[in-house]
Structures are given as structure tokens and as C-alpha cells.
Design a protein around this ligand. Structure first.
Ligand code: HEC
Ligand code: HEC
Ligand code: HEC
Ligand code: HEC
Ligand code: HEC
Length: 431
């Protein structure tokens, strides 16, 4: 009798685990912030069909900038498209990648489930494929309840305008995704950018971290450490976030003095650039890197050290989707540039997705943190130089294969490379 009960229990457990391995993966919570498409029924006539082209008629320079960004490709982006289709083309994904009602082929009437992963849909007669292709279009950020939202509030606009307290309010609609579910044990929400910033704001860099930074930064740079943000003690919850202190716009939309419309008043504006992981120059801005010889520890063994620190981003580096990671390579090279020995390290957030979601470990760089990697050259080595290389990966090759994403642009690129020759002269200089 007892044994039979045990067998039944084990079978149930096995069934449960099997289901956990095949069920659709809902990695985040569908928050009311983005659960409903943006209602555009009250659009004033001057904004026409709300497409970016309508805005461009008056705001050409803003349009030209936006065109160069991934926001304008949030729908057409081939990686998004492949991933979305691999994941059963769920409606939920449209809510941030194409947030306006007219950008979606269906209207959302409600949700069948508490988690809001199962929407009740109806055909949308106002659907515009042209608008859909604009992804995060102007109106996705600027149009709310018949008005254009902005921060200036002193303009003479032909369209109604509503003032925002902080420009960062715009970003948090889509760049906060919560992950608190019964089966998820996230340290940070799936796209944890905001949580990473607030956590860092609450922490002062440790003395060990400061020590490493002094080695890396000029005294001028060092003075700025920890001074860029107000260190308000927030609760870490979204409700308690001080949105103005997040700084998204300061770093991702550089200031420019210029008119909003041709021949208009020159004002303080922000460039619509939003560079991130797709842009090597932006990733370089996040990091301060040094590669040099350190004092010998053992007779005849030479030691080189790579130090890198996050000095340019308020969130972790990398941030956003857990796909992103950095690889550090340290190599010994011979005369023909052949690799004699290589060490590599991954700077990455590692999440176990099944059967439960568990944030396993996180080697990414919080703001003002430095990391060091050592390379030893044994006395009997044939190496003639040492090399350090850092590469940024948009996604792993294994994942690219799994979802069959046929990339036409590289999925990883170099952000740093330096070689140091091992001749006696260099050695003397370092000691
Ligand atoms: C017919 C021309 C015209 C069109 C079309 C137009 N705008 Fe404007 N917009 C203006 C003018 C003029 C101003 C005020 C310029 C000034 O006073 O410097 C303005 C101001 C703004 C502001 C600043 C508001 C503030 O207080 O911060 C934003 C943001 C803006 N427009 C966005 C848009 C967007 C987005 C669209 C398309 C959905 C759009 N505009 C369409 C002419 C236009
Ligand atoms: C309507 C939703 C939405 C809003 C609002 C929004 N974003 Fe985004 N953002 C996205 C999506 C979706 C992507 C990714 C698109 C893709 O890669 O397919 C993205 C990508 C980015 C990237 C990455 C660029 C890269 O090269 O990988 C940055 C940086 C960014 N956004 C910053 C901002 C900032 C700053 C704001 C506020 C001013 C903002 N976003 C507002 C949806 C949004
Ligand atoms: C990802 C969100 C986002 C998108 C997409 C976006 N904007 Fe903006 N825009 C902002 C934010 C945030 C500000 C306020 C910047 C500030 O602090 O001055 C702004 C400001 C403006 C201003 C006022 C000048 C200024 O810098 O304050 C104009 C005009 C404007 N946007 C036009 C456009 C047009 C036209 C498009 C599409 C081609 C567009 N925006 C797309 C977020 C966005
Ligand atoms: C102090 C400057 C700074 C602030 C503040 C900042 N960022 Fe960044 N951000 C960067 C730099 C530099 C990078 C490039 C390094 C990287 O991709 O990790 C970056 C990268 C990104 C990316 C690219 C991630 C990807 O997957 O490609 C996103 C998204 C992003 N930031 C969003 C935000 C949002 C949203 C905020 C506000 C909540 C914000 N950032 C605040 C400097 C900043
Ligand atoms: C709450 C808003 C939101 C929802 C819902 C959402 N995304 Fe995104 N997505 C973003 C933002 C913001 C980024 C870019 C910033 C980052 O890296 O975190 C992004 C980036 C991506 C990227 C990386 C694109 C690139 O070029 O590297 C993929 C792929 C993606 N999303 C797929 C999906 C899929 C599939 C779904 C539905 C299961 C989905 N997204 C739902 C906001 C959202």
C-alpha cells in the first residue's frame, strides 16, 4: 500500500517536471503598464495617420536620427522576427515592439488568464502594416490621449502637448519588465536595466573596487566616481523608483542646441540616437580598460594583467536581455601569431530556464566595479608577445543555431585588442 502511494507520487512528480520542460516559457509578468495597446482614437487632425512620416514633415532632423536606430526596427529586426516566430508568435510581444493599437492586427478585448498571457483578440479594422513596420515609432513614445507628450512645455506647437515630469518616464514603459512569478527566482527582472541602476545607487563602491579603479583612472576621472547620481535610498521596487535619477536620457539621448522645426526657436533638445549593444562605439564608452605587465611574482615568470571597469553605464554591463555577454581572451602568441596558450572568461548573466527559472550567477560589471584577469608567461615559453581581446556578443552561437537565426550582420564584435611584445626592452620598462 505504502509502496503504491510512493509510485504514484513519483509518477506525479515526473509528470510535473516533464510538463515544466515542455510548457511555453513565460519569463516575465505582463504588467498593466504595457498590457493594453496605446489607444489612438482621439488623434488630432494635424497628426494625420500618426506615422513617423507625418512628424517628419515638421521635425525632419528628429526623424533622420530615429531612422538610424534599433527603435525604428523593433518590428523588422531579423533577430526579433526569428525569435518571435520560434516562440509561437505570441501577441504579448507586440505590446512593446509595436505598442500602438493601429500597429497591431488585432484588438485586445481582455485576457483569459490572470497572468495575461492569453489575450482575447478581435480583428482590428484600423490596422496599418505601414505603421507596424515602424516599430517603436515617434507616437509610441510621444502620443498619449490625443496629446503629444514632451518636457519643454514652452513651445508653440500646432498639436496639443502634455508635459512630462521627467523624460525617463517614457523609457520605463518598455524597459522595465517584472519577473516575479511563483516559478521564477530572478535576482533582477528579465530585462533588469532599471533594477540594476537602483541597486547600484544604493551601494557605495567597496574599498577594494575603489582600489582597482585608482589604478585605472586619472585623478580627474576618479573624482567623478559615485558623484553622477543622487544616492537616494529607494526600495528597489518599481513603485519606489526615482525616475528622474535613472539618467537614461542623459546617456542615451545626447544634448543638442537646435530648433525643433525648420526655422524655429533654438532650444535645448536631445538627439534621438539610443545607441546600445548594436553599436561598438557605445559599448566602448561603458568601459575603461588597461592591459599591462605587473611586477613579477616568481623568478622568471612574467605576469600581465587586464583590468576593465564599468565607468560609463549606470546599469550593469552588459544589460537588458540576458542574451548579451562579453568575452575576455588572454593569449600567448608565437612569431607567426599562432596561439600557444589561451585563457578566456565570460562576463554574463547565467539563468537556468527549466524546469524552474533560477538566476544562477552573474559576472557582469555593476557601475564603478572593476575586474582583473591575469596571464602568466612561463620562463620556458616560446611566446614572443601577449594579447588581450574583449568581444561583445549580442547572442550566443548556440542560441543562434537553435532558433535558426540567419544573421546578415555579425553577432559579435571586438571592443578592445592590445598586444604587448615580450622583448627584453619592454620587460625592463615594466619592472
Ligand atoms: C505641422 C507641423 C507639425 C507636425 C506634423 C508635428 N509637429 Fe511637433 N511640433 C511642431 C511645432 C511647430 C512645435 C513647437 C516648436 C517650437 O516652439 O520650438 C512642435 C513641438 C513638438 C514637441 C515638443 C513638445 C514639448 O513641450 O516638449 C514634440 C515632442 C513634438 N512636437 C513631437 C511631434 C511628434 C511625435 C509628431 C508626429 C506624431 C509631431 N510632433 C508632429 C510642429 C509639428
Ligand atoms: C514602446 C516601447 C519602448 C520605449 C517607450 C522605449 N524603448 Fe528602447 N527599446 C525598445 C525595444 C523593443 C528595443 C529593442 C528593439 C530590437 O532590438 O528589436 C529597444 C532598444 C533600446 C536600446 C538598445 C539599442 C541597441 O543598440 O541595442 C536602447 C539603448 C534603448 N532602447 C533606450 C531607450 C530609452 C533611453 C528610452 C526612453 C527615452 C526608450 N528606449 C524607450 C522599446 C522601447
Ligand atoms: C524611444 C522614445 C522616443 C521616440 C521613438 C521618439 N522620441 Fe522624441 N523625444 C523622446 C524624449 C524622451 C524626449 C524628451 C527629451 C528631452 O529631455 O528634452 C523627446 C523629445 C522630442 C522633441 C522635442 C525636443 C526635445 O529634444 O526635447 C521632438 C520635436 C521630438 N521628440 C520628435 C520626435 C520625432 C519626430 C520622433 C520620430 C521620428 C520621435 N521624437 C521619436 C523620446 C522619443
Ligand atoms: C551613465 C550612462 C548611462 C545611463 C544613466 C544609462 N545607460 Fe544604458 N547604456 C549606457 C552605455 C555606455 C551602454 C553600452 C554598454 C552596454 O550595452 O552594456 C548602454 C546600454 C544600454 C542598452 C543596450 C542593451 C542591449 O541589450 O543592447 C539598453 C537597453 C540601455 N542601455 C537602456 C538604458 C535605460 C532604459 C536607462 C535608464 C533606466 C539607461 N540605459 C541608463 C550608458 C547609460
Ligand atoms: C515590456 C516590453 C517588451 C515586451 C513585452 C517584449 N519585449 Fe523584446 N525587447 C524589449 C526591449 C526594451 C528590448 C531591448 C532592450 C534590452 O536588450 O533589454 C527588447 C529586445 C528584444 C530582443 C533583442 C533584439 C536584438 O536585436 O538584439 C528580442 C529578440 C526580443 N526583444 C524578443 C521579444 C519576444 C519574442 C517577446 C515576446 C515573448 C518580447 N520581446 C516581448 C521590450 C519588450
Amino acid at each position: 500500500m505504502k509502496r503504491r502511494l510512493l509510485v504514484v507520487m513519483l509518477l506525479l512528480l515526473a509528470g510535473f517536471l516533464a510538463w515544466r520542460f515542455i510548457r511555453p516559457m513565460n519569463i516575465f509578468v505582463v504588467d498593466d503598464r504595457f498590457a493594453w495597446p496605446v489607444d489612438t482614437t482621439q488623434t488630432p487632425e494635424v497628426l494625420g495617420n500618426l506615422s513617423a512620416g507625418e512628424c517628419a514633415a515638421c521635425h525632419q532632423t528628429f526623424y533622420d536620427e530615429w531612422r538610424t536606430t534599433i527603435h525604428s526596427q523593433a518590428w523588422t529586426d531579423p533577430y526579433f522576427q526569428t525569435d518571435w516566430q520560434f516562440d509561437n508568435a505570441q501577441h504579448i510581444c507586440r505590446l512593446c515592439h509595436t505598442p500602438l493599437d493601429r500597429q497591431q492586427p488585432h484588438k485586445v478585448l481582455g485576457y483569459r488568464d490572470k497572468d495575461k498571457w492569453d489575450p482575447i483578440l478581435e480583428d482590428n479594422p484600423d490596422f496599418s502594416p505601414e505603421l507596424q513596420h515602424q516599430g517603436v515609432t515617434c507616437a509610441a513614445c510621444h502620443y498619449r490621449d490625443g496629446k503629444i507628450v514632451g518636457v519643454l512645455d514652452n513651445t508653440h506647437a500646432p498639436h496639443p502637448v502634455r508635459k512630462l515630469e521627467s523624460p525617463n518616464e517614457v523609457c520605463v514603459r518598455c524597459h522595465i519588465v517584472e519577473g516575479e512569478r511563483w516559478d521564477a527566482f530572478f535576482r533582477f527582472p528579465p530585462c533588469g536595466t532599471v533594477a540594476e541602476i537602483t541597486r547600484t545607487q544604493q551601494q557605495t563602491p567597496s574599498s577594494e573596487a575603489l582600489q582597482k579603479l585608482t589604478q585605472l583612472l586619472t585623478p580627474e576621472q576618479f573624482k567623478q566616481v559615485g558623484q553622477q547620481e543622487t544616492r537616494k535610498g529607494t526600495s528597489g521596487e518599481i513603485a519606489g523608483v526615482d525616475i528622474a535619477s535613472l539618467g537614461c536620457v542623459q546617456c542615451h539621448m545626447p544634448l543638442a542646441k537646435r530648433p525643433l522645426v525648420k526655422g524655429g526657436v533654438v532650444r535645448n533638445t536631445r538627439q534621438h540616437l539610443w545607441r546600445g549593444g548594436h553599436d561598438p562605439e557605445m559599448v566602448k564608452k561603458a568601459l575603461t580598460i588597461a592591459f599591462a605587465e605587473v611586477k613579477q611574482t616568481e623568478e622568471d615568470t612574467r605576469v600581465f594583467q587586464l583590468t576593465l571597469a564599468n565607468t560609463g553605464a549606470a546599469h550593469y554591463v552588459p544589460t537588458g536581455t540576458p542574451d548579451r555577454y562579453l568575452m575576455v581572451h588572454l593569449r600567448l602568441l608565437d612569431k607567426q601569431n599562432k596561439v600557444l596558450d589561451e585563457r578566456h572568461y565570460t562576463i554574463k548573466r547565467t539563468v537556468m530556464w527549466r524546469p524552474f527559472i533560477v538566476d544562477l550567477w552573474d559576472t557582469r560589471l555593476p557601475r564603478w566595479q572593476a575586474r582583473q584577469y591575469r596571464l602568466e608567461v612561463p620562463a620556458n615559453s616560446n611566446a614572443v608577445k601577449v594579447e588581450a581581446e574583449i568581444r561583445y556578443h549580442l547572442l550566443a552561437e548556440s542560441r543562434r543555431k537553435r532558433i535558426d537565426y540567419k544573421n546578415t550582420t555579425p553577432i559579435h564584435y571586438e571592443v578592445f585588442r592590445k598586444q604587448i611584445p615580450l622583448d627584453a626592452g619592454a620587460r625592463k620598462g615594466a619592472l
